[in-house]
Design a protein around this ligand. Structure first.
Ligand code: SF4
Length: 353
């Protein structure tokens, strides 16, 4: 009798109706067991990969690995799915060392352990080797304002350069559904139509050096954290010591509030972003080649070259924001180098990582 009462009190998994429910799934609020959680989590990602034809058999794929939860779970799940479903992919880990003491050096140790744990070859490219500057040195020069603009621009190119060294066909990143919803909002708030039109694409850069894919496009951040926790994955969770992220932080908090009230809000924002139609009268930037380094650019020089020129000339504001605070000569420098457009500040590179 007592046993029956006990059984009645135990909540069974909503999906298998056999095992004890161990968690409330953030995306659907269903009470499910761990085994079913692993299954639905991995299966949803597999379906996204298949439906969007993200990979072809035999392709070499670099996984952008920072040691954080998203890229660690991505490396783990992609290795599992590659084995389970015979994708036939050659997987690599690709990390960027920005040169941030006390942050990136520690997180890279995690990636080095992941290399052994998952048996995936690792390539690390550094800002110091590519640009002659570490982020520690850049912050010493420019302070804590605009540091993420430099970092984001440099990281984007560093990943492309690392991918070229690895001779991969594609680069996958751990951007999750929360990141994408946040980016949709930020691009609306900034009126950045060019980025708004492509930020929800699951694959970008097909006309550039290396296409980038986001297999976690519909995967909730909370579920990634739960998965990493239950699977006891080895990841690094400290925030960057130079992270200001005030504006992005507000957008993130806003999305978290919406999610608390209605979990579907994240998917709905992504859907809204996907359904935006760009008016044909909106002038879009034309893709060309940087005259200095040959990287893709819609201006005479790519963003990294403009920022580097500023750093090397001792004019770190060159190419940042609206050239306020620059004298006429410097203003002329910006115009000469970059046509008429300046570079918009961008936080933590996660828009473009
Ligand atoms: Fe770079 Fe991100 Fe740190 Fe900014 S917060 S300095 S973009 S790693």
């Amino acid at each position: 009798m007592e046993g029956n009462h006990e059984k009645a009190r135990v909540r069974l998994c909503y999906l298998c109706n056999q095992r004890r429910a161990a968690l409330k799934r953030p995306k659907t609020l269903e009470q499910i067991c761990r085994e079913c959680f692993y299954e639905v989590f991995e299966e949803e990602i597999h379906q996204v990969i298949v439906k969007n034809q993200l990979f072809k058999p035999g392709e070499r794929i670099a996984i952008g690995a920072s040691g954080g939860k998203d890229s660690t779970v991505l490396a783990y799940v992609l290795s599992e799915l590659n084995r389970r479903h015979n994708y036939g992919l050659d997987l690599f880990l690709l990390s960027v060392d920005e040169g941030i003491t006390g942050y990136r050096d520690d997180s890279l140790e995690t990636v080095k352990r992941n290399e052994l744990q998952y048996g995936l070859p690792l390539k690390i490219v550094s800002y110091k080797d590519l640009y002659g500057w570490t982020m520690d040195e850049i912050v010493k020069t420019i302070g804590l304002k605009n540091n993420c603009t430099f970092c984001g621009v440099f990281r984007r190119q560093a990943l492309d350069r690392g991918a070229a060294l690895l001779k991969v066909d594609k680069l996958v990143t751990g951007h999750n559904a929360d990141d994408i919803a946040e980016t949709v909002l930020l691009n609306i708030l900034r009126g950045d139509i060019a980025r708004l039109s492509r930020c929800t694409s699951i694959t970008t850069g097909e006309d550039g050096p290396i296409p980038r894919c986001k297999p976690f496009k519909y995967t909730y951040e909370k579920e990634i954290v739960m998965y990493a926790y239950f699977k006891r994955l080895d990841y690094f969770s400290t925030e960057c010591i130079y992270s200001p992220n005030a504006y992005r932080g507000f957008a993130r908090e806003f999305i978290k509030d919406l999610e608390r009230m209605r979990p579907r809000a994240i998917l709905d924002i992504i859907k809204s972003g996907e359904d935006f139609r760009i008016s044909t009268s909106t002038k879009m930037p034309e893709q060309g080649i940087c005259e200095r380094c040959g990287y893709i650019s819609s201006q005479k020089w790519c963003k990294a070259c403009v920022l580097l020129e500023g750093l090397n000339k001792g004019l770190p504001k060159l190419g940042i924001g609206r050239s306020r605070g620059l004298d006429n000569n410097h203003r002329k420098d910006v115009k000469q180098i970059n046509g008429t457009k300046n570079i918009e500040g961008k936080q933590c590179g996660s828009l473009d990582f």
